[in-house]
Design a protein around this ligand. Structure first.
Ligand SMILES: Cc1cc2nc3c(=O)[nH]c(=O)nc-3n(C[C@H](O)[C@H](O)[C@H](O)COP(=O)(O)OP(=O)(O)OC[C@H]3O[C@@H](n4cnc5c(N)ncnc54)[C@H](O)[C@@H]3O)c2cc1C
Length: 390
């Protein structure tokens, strides 16, 4: 493959950078940091509206669904630059669920859901995991039974992260209890305001909220089952593949690394500038090389998609490398900056605006979000190298 951007891709990157210069500032980044995942603040709303006004909401969607028909590489350039700038990201509704509906939904379902997603009316929480079904998703127990023209759903989901702000849930449910476990699952869209849906908050280490979701005789219309009945396991795998394309971007860690390097340039410890310490210089150089390598892995994943192939092994490689590199950057940052590097941004003694401690707390989530890294290594083995499945 050719790692050089074409003239068209360079022009697109310039357009994205111009947009960022106009719409992203430190206040927007600070608002996003302070809100965590408790919904979007007014600045983030304005930013996302500006994206929509440009038609960049579904930028890699085909034109027939209201997108711009950009290539996967163009989408990668966009995500890389937007994340590096610290702007709010396109939600997984747009980058994971919608592309799946485009491929598996009936014509009626595409006409029903895609325009509403484009209009920003719909925001999904992703309801795959259950207390006894994480990696082994095919063991999920939430049941949906057909009653006349409605599905009746009962069960519990775990780690349903955006459930407290979402309008709908993209829910994996068991519809065929007699079938082999991988073949008995279907994907359903469940409105969050349907009677019988309840949400309980769970706060996790970086200070973010996720949720347990309870479904008690929840009724949804029959055509809320998306695609074919019993194919949900494969549809969830497809959506997770798209999800990994977003998680496998080094943009966030790259942004924090830049701020960290800026602090190292200025910082003097015991009368000696940190920038003159050979050990510090060697560590920074090593991380910079790894960041560039991570960007190339993301680029290759996008390129594979543009060749018409599903980059299952490539997206797993990028996801593992980015998540583990983010942890290495945070470890090194906290080590080099010392105790002040571990303080929160609001603390007057904090160094690098508290970014290294933040990365230290958030990076482990990247290692299991969208499927754990152990499982990604298995995927690389059997999809990338044809090794037997475990
Ligand atoms: C903060 C947070 C947010 C999340 N958000 C969502 C969300 O929005 N929607 C959603 O559906 N899920 C979400 N998840 C769930 C997440 O995807 C799962 O935690 C993850 O898939 C692992 O499942 P598990 O926790 O059940 O661990 P387990 O599957 O029990 O795994 C435990 C450990 O065993 C290893 N392991 C398991 N099986 C194998 C195997 N076959 N080979 C090798 N190693 C193996 C795993 O890699 C892991 O290290 C979230 C989780 C957290 C903590």
């Amino acid at each position: 493959m050719d790692y050089e951007l074409s003239a068209r891709e360079r022009a697109w990157r310039d357009e994205v950078l111009e947009f960022i210069a106009e719409h992203v500032d430190e206040e927007l980044a600070a608002e996003s940091r302070s809100r965590g995942n408790e919904g979007r603040g007014p600045r983030a709303q304005r930013f996302l509206q500006a994206l929509k006004d440009r038609g960049w909401w579904g930028l890699a969607w085909p034109e027939e669904f209201g997108g711009l028909g950009k290539t996967a590489i163009e989408q990668w350039i966009f995500i890389d630059e937007i994340e590096t700038a610290g702007a709010p990201m396109l939600p997984l509704t747009v980058t994971s669920v919608a592309p799946t509906i485009m491929r598996i939904g009936s014509e009626v379902q595409k006409r029903e859901w895609l325009p509403r997603i484009t209009a920003g009316e719909i925001d999904f929480a992703l309801g795959y995991s259950e207390p006894e079904a994480g990696t082994d998703l095919a063991s999920l127990r939430t049941r949906a039974v057909l009653d006349g023209d409605e599905w009746v759903i009962n069960g519990q989901k775990m780690w349903n992260t955006m459930a407290h702000t979402a309008t709908h849930n993209w829910l994996a449910v068991r519809t065929e209890p007699e079938a082999p476990k991988h073949k008995g699952i279907s994907m359903m869209i469940v409105p969050m305001d349907a009677p019988g849906v309840s949400v309980q908050g769970i706060w996790v280490w970086p200070g973010l909220r996720t949720n347990a979701l309870f479904l008690d005789n929840v009724r949804v219309p029959r055509d809320h089952l998306i695609g074919e009945r019993g194919m949900g396991f494969y549809y969830a795998a497809m959506a997770l593949n798209f999800e990994r394309l977003s998680i496998g971007s080094i943009g966030m860690a790259r942004r924090h690394f830049r701020a960290f390097v800026a602090t190292v340039r200025e910082r003097v410890v015991d009368g000696r500038p940190l920038r003159e310490d050979p050990w510090v210089r060697e560590r920074l150089a090593r991380l910079q090389v790894e960041i560039d390598a991570a960007r190339m892995l993301g680029f290759e994943t996008a390129w594979t998609l543009d060749q018409g192939r599903m980059p299952a092994a490539e997206s797993s490689m990028a996801k593992i490398y980015v998540s583990e590199l983010s942890q290495r950057i945070a470890d090194t940052g906290c080590e080099i900056l010392g105790l002040n590097g571990q303080l929160h941004a609001e603390d007057p003694g904090a160094l690098a605006s508290g970014r290294m401690q933040w990365l230290y707390r958030i990076a482990p989530m990247l290692a299991f979000g969208g499927g754990t890294n152990e499982v990604q290594r298995d995927i690389i083995g059997f999809m990338g190298y044809g090794l037997p499945r475990k």
